[in-house]
Ligand binder design. Sequence first.
Ligand SMILES: Cc1ncc(COP(=O)(O)O)c(C=O)c1O
Length: 366
Amino acid sequence: MLRLDDVRTPALLLDLDVLDANLKRMAGRARDLGVQLRPHIKTHKCIEIGERQRELGIAGITVSTLYEARVFADHGFADITWAFPVILNRIPDAAKLAERVTLRLVVDSEEGVETLEKSGHRFHLWLKVDCGYHRAGVDPQSPVALELAKRIAGSSSLQLDGILTHSGHSYHGRTRQEIRDIAEQERSVMAEFGDRLRTALGGRDFGISVGSTPAMSMVATLDGVTEARPGNYVFYDYTQVVLGSCAVSDVAVTVLASVVSAQPGTNHAVIDAGALALSKDTGSELAPGPSMGEIFADYASHTLRPDVRVVSVSQEHGTVGNSLPVGSRVRIVPNHSCLTVAHFDEYVVVRGEEVLDRWKVWRGRD
Ligand SMILES: Cc1ncc(COP(=O)(O)O)c(C=O)c1O
C-alpha cells in the first residue's frame, strides 16, 4: 500500500472520510430544509465524487461549462443545469448535448431568449434573477423580469423550468448573522418574485433554485424554494473556515508541497506549490492576516502553524514566511478549493497516511 510519504509533490490530497462526511451533511441539510439538492460540480469536476453525491439522492447536477456537462453526460448523469448565462455562440453545441440528456440552460437577456427561440430547439430554461449579488440576472423589480419569464413560458419551443439565483455576496458577509441575513434575502427575493410570476402565469408552477455554500450552511429556512445548488461544500477551504461555514477539520482537500530552497540568512523558504497549484485567490477579507495558504502543524489534530504560511505565489514557486529545511514537506489548506482543484489532473485519495486511490479531475475546456 502506497503511503503519503511516497507521494510526489506537488499533489492534491483528498481526505476521503472528510469528503464523505461533507456530502452526507449537506444532503441531510437539504432534506431538513425541504429542498432538492442539485450540487455544482465545478468544484470537484470528478465522476467518482458525482457518483457519491448521486448515491445520496440528488435531483441532478449543476455545471459551469459545456465541457463539464458533456463529461458528466458521458458518465451517466442525465439531468444537468448549465448555470451560466447562455453563451450565444454555443447554442448549437448545447442543442447537440440536449439530444441525449436533459440539459437546462440559464438566460437573463432578451438577446438570449430571442436567439434560443430562433434556434427552434426545445430548450429547458431557467430565468436568472439577481437576488442582491449584482453579478448577473434580471432585477426582479424591473418589468423586464416578468416580461422575459412570460415570454419563455409562452414560447412554443422553449420551456420555463423556473427562476434561479446565486447568493455570491454571502462571501462578503462579515458575521454568521450577516450571512444568514443574505441567505434569507436570497430566499425572500426569489419566493416573492415567484409569487408574482405564478400569478402572472395563471397559477402555473415552476422551480425556484438558490444556492451558495455559505448561505446553505447558515440559512434558517428555505420556504418557497424548490432546489439548492451549493458546490464548494464538498471540500470547503480556508475561506469557508474564516466565514464560519465549517471548521478546519471539515476541509477535505489540501496541497502537499516540498521545500525546494531556503537560503541562509533569509527568513523564508520556497515550496513547489505556486499559483498553478494554489491559485492567486487571496481569500476572505476577514482572514486574520494576508495568506495564500495556511499550513498544518499537525493534520491529525487539525492544528495550523501560527508561524508559517504561504505569503506569496508566482507561477510555480510558493514562498512561505519562515525558513524550513529543504526536502521537508508541508500540507496546505487552500484559500479557494475550487480554483486549486482546477490546477491538478488528479486527486490523491487518502485516509490517514494511506493512499487509497487516484481520481481524475476533468478540467478540460472546449
Ligand atoms: C451560478 C452558481 N450556482 C451555484 C454556485 C455554488 O456556490 P458555492 O461555490 O458557494 O457552493 C456557484 C458558485 O460560484 C454559481 O456561480
